[in-house]
Design a protein around this ligand. Structure first.
Ligand code: COA
Length: 164
């Protein structure tokens, strides 16, 4: 059984991430989408909220599991006995960063391979912060994230506005 792990912040999950999950499912028996708990990033959604959004966005896909992890990704991959770490490559500017992570993760856990999937061109510019910013200013994010994510963003915005 070849398990691949797709780690990220997923704040929130976008069509770009889902594209990577679907590509990885073509290659691996199981894809575990895992939310990194301890990144330095200030997130809009809590870990549990991000996991819940991922679960609901992937429920039509078999062989996907959703989790979160703390600490080093390489150590988590070792504990899970994963074959590969999956990442999406959106454009050439991602390459340096992804290569550095791949080298470091391999040094920490030699048995894990990093597999980079070129994303669909239409999602090549997407980031979580871009989605959050466009939504915050009232822009249409329906081509970036599924409807249920838009509803979650709407709720967050309403709470933020009620508090100001
Ligand atoms: N489609 C759309 N957006 C994408 C994307 C894709 N295919 N791939 C990445 N992004 C976006 C993310 O939404 C994110 O946007 P934001 O920064 O504006 O919120 C941005 O690109 C960064 O990518 P992300 O996938 O969130 O990864 P990350 O860089 O935040 O996280 C971890 C990388 C969590 C995998 C890495 O930090 C990690 O492994 N942490 C654990 C600690 C560790 O082991 N450190 C050593 C690593 S060698």
């Amino acid at each position: 059984m070849h398990l691949s792990i797709y780690a990220g912040t997923f704040d929130p999950i976008t069509f770009g991430h889902l594209d990577v999950v679907e590509r990885a499912l073509k290659v691996f028996d199981q894809v575990e989408v895992t939310v990194a708990v301890n990144t330095a990033k200030q997130t809009l959604f809590s870990v549990e909220e991000r996991k819940d959004l991922i679960v609901r966005c992937t429920e039509h896909l078999e062989r996907v599991v959703v989790s979160s992890f703390e600490g080093l990704l390489a150590e988590y991959a070792r504990r899970r006995n994963a074959t590969a770490l999956v990442r999406g490559l959106r454009q050439i500017s991602d390459f340096d960063y992804e290569m550095r992570m791949a080298f470091a993760n391999r040094r920490l856990y030699a048995d894990v391979e990093t597999v980079l999937f070129p994303t669909a061109e239409e999602h090549a510019f997407l980031t979580g912060s871009l989605v959050r910013e466009i939504h915050d200013w009232g822009g249409d994010v329906s081509s970036f994230v599924p409807d249920l994510v838009i509803r979650a963003l709407n709720e967050k915005r309403a709470i933020a506005r009620a508090g100001t």
